[in-house]
Design a binder for this molecule. Sequence first.
Ligand code: KIV
Ligand code: ZN
Length: 501
Amino acid sequence: MRIIKIFDTTLRDGEQSPGASMNVDEKIQLAKQLVKLGVDIIEAGFPIASPGDFEAVKRIAGEVTGATVAGLARAREEDIKRAWEAIKDAPQRRIHTFHSTSDIHLKYQFRVSREEALKRSVEMVKLAGSLVEDVEFSPMDATRTEIPYLLDVVEAVVGAGASTVNIPDTVGYTTPIEFGAMIKAVKERIGDRAVISVHCHNDLGLAVANSLAAVINGAGQVECTINGIGERAGNCSLEEVVMNLHTRKDFYNAGTNINTREIIRASRLVTRITGIQVQPNKAIVGANAFAHESGIHQDGLLKEKMTYEIIRPEDIGLQQTELVLGKHSGRHAFKARLKELGYELSPEEIETAFKKFKRLADQKKDIFDEDIEALVSEEVSKIPEVYSLMDLSISSGISTRPTAALKLKVNGAAVDRVEHGDGPVDAVYKAISAVTRTKSNLLKFEVKGITGGTDALGEVIVTLEEDGKTVKGKGADTDIIVAAAKAYITALNKLAARQRQ
Ligand code: KIV
Ligand code: ZN
């Protein structure tokens, strides 16, 4: 059976989703989870894009072992040297360089001839190869490139030392039959001289289907992201492509090195860090992916799971939501549960999370895994706190004007503010924005209950925009107004951290 390499680009192309930016600690946490998941290559970022990107790639290269760490670079000398600086501490490292090849890009965006594009690609692959043994080249917008020219570029970069050639469907334009034929032609041209990789975007909803068609026709590497996040409609979803190969080994005669039992944990971590929710009916990791509503299906399942279940929930790491802890659980049980859930927190972080857990246990009888995950997400994100919530009281009702009395710590000093609003959240947000003097715009406000019941933890996610950049902030509390305040403050702290960067 062939083993298809999984190249995860959640930290690079995934981060290009609107509002998905992650800080360095969050990236390291995710990179460690990707290693547990068993991905072969982690594309850790685009080092020349910003000092923050460079630092993240460099720290991942220095701190995360167990997978190849790749840095992205345009086919330019300064990009390649910067990528090398960022990845050089990794035991296994790769430079991934790219140049457009379609006439649309060459003529309208880069204003270079096909000959110049080919020459530059070859030169830059050689430069990358002088720094690192493992070089990947991508002819960007390959699926809108004339095939004979694409094949010439591919052959030339392989001759120049590229050990992987990645064929990107940059704009999500191709179809499975067409893409399969393109990969077959590439395979015929280069044989086994380099690994053929594919990188599909999901604009027409075909990213996974196109990637699988490529596998059938000789691709040995698939580039993908957790939950399929990425530019516009996203990238090929890692969990979908992996579970297709896993479930239909008989058909593809190919597998991966992925430990599928880590899939749900990786998916939830990405949701938690980016604030981008997974649609309930999404294949593999959606909340309804294993929920059976129809009576006929339920009847079949009770008799024999195989009747309606092609994947066992435990194969992707799902357990029945268990009642885990309660008011009387101690520090030890809490710590053990955190470990089982895959969190590696410092003793101070565990202590803070434990205090929050005890406070929650006073308000809520049953505490589920989802509650614990919501509680510790703030510790995991480690956003430096310029602002923190000290106290909040609200009065509102049918005949009471909604009023919020807020006490906020700003750079260590307490500031009080009282504001009125159209509703309690509006009053709180007015008070917070008056104290912080934020210039950001509130783009989105989402509320969800984490577990059932009137004592459930409520979670609020807010999306803020400032200077064309978006950030998301999350807050969880049994009091939804407090959760809303926490979410807003977290987003403001993210913006403050970004300004410092
Ligand atoms: O979509 C794309 O073409 C890319 C390249 C940089 C590989 O992300
Ligand atoms: Zn892409």
